[in-house]
Ligand binder design. Structure first.
Ligand SMILES: O=P(O)(O)OC[C@H]1O[C@H](OP(=O)(O)OP(=O)(O)O)[C@H](O)[C@@H]1O
Ligand SMILES: O=C(O)c1cc(=O)[nH]c(=O)[nH]1
Length: 176
């Protein structure tokens, strides 16, 4: 098990923006965690990925990184574990291989989704349904930041367990 006592404070100091932000869900928030600001820093990305390795469920066969922000994280976790990565598009490409999930075939494989931020769970829900339609078994998402309302289980409706490196409460508590 990796311990990283300052990760929450370091991510918060790097990523927290304040202002008025329209989120993917259409919600308007006064706080935004810009994941690209930690993903762009290899040492921080490495620390987040190290924590994710500990959170991966046994039996994971493929790491499904969601476009766009989940992809660098999934790649780093893949490098640490040797598990193959998938690069999961929001929409299938309309030419060439026309794939939604780039990389190995997912049919019959156990995919753990790797995501950057969860707010309502909408993006992860869409990807879960799409991967299941392709024949994957999807039971767990590992995310860097879970900012969904405390005590709620945003993906229970699709039977998905959320495992997060950091919650909104962790980031608020670590705020300098
Ligand atoms: O839980 P939700 O309410 O769906 O919100 C979280 C999603 O919103 C962002 O996606 P966006 O499309 O903005 O991200 P990208 O920059 O990774 O493409 C974020 O990366 C999550 O995928
Ligand atoms: O819900 C979102 O769209 C969202 C929230 C957030 O804090 N960071 C992010 O990248 N997306």
């Amino acid at each position: 098990m990796t311990t990283d006592a300052t990760l929450a404070a370091d991510i918060d100091a790097t990523c927290r923006l304040t202002g008025e932000f329209t989120l993917r869900s259409g919600q308007v928030a006064d706080t935004y965690f810009d994941k690209y600001l930690f993903e762009a820093q290899p040492a921080l990305l490495d620390r987040v990925a190290a924590r994710m390795v500990d959170l991966l469920p046994d039996g994971t066969e493929l790491l499904g990184g969601l476009e766009l922000g989940g992809i660098p994280i999934a790649t780093m976790v893949s490098a640490k574990t040797g598990l193959p990565a998938l690069f999961v598009r929001k929409r299938a490409k309309e030419y060439g291989t026309a794939k939604l999930a780039e990389g190995p075939d997912v049919s019959g494989r156990r995919v753990t989704i790797i995501e950057d931020v969860i707010t309502t769970g909408g993006a992860v829900r869409d990807a879960t349904r799409a991967l299941r339609e392709l024949g994957a078994t999807v039971e767990v998402v590992v995310c860097a930041i879970d900012r969904s309302p405390e005590g709620e289980d945003p993906l229970a409706d699709v039977g998905l367990e959320v495992r997060s490196v950091l919650t909104r409460a962790d980031l608020d508590a670590a705020r300098g």
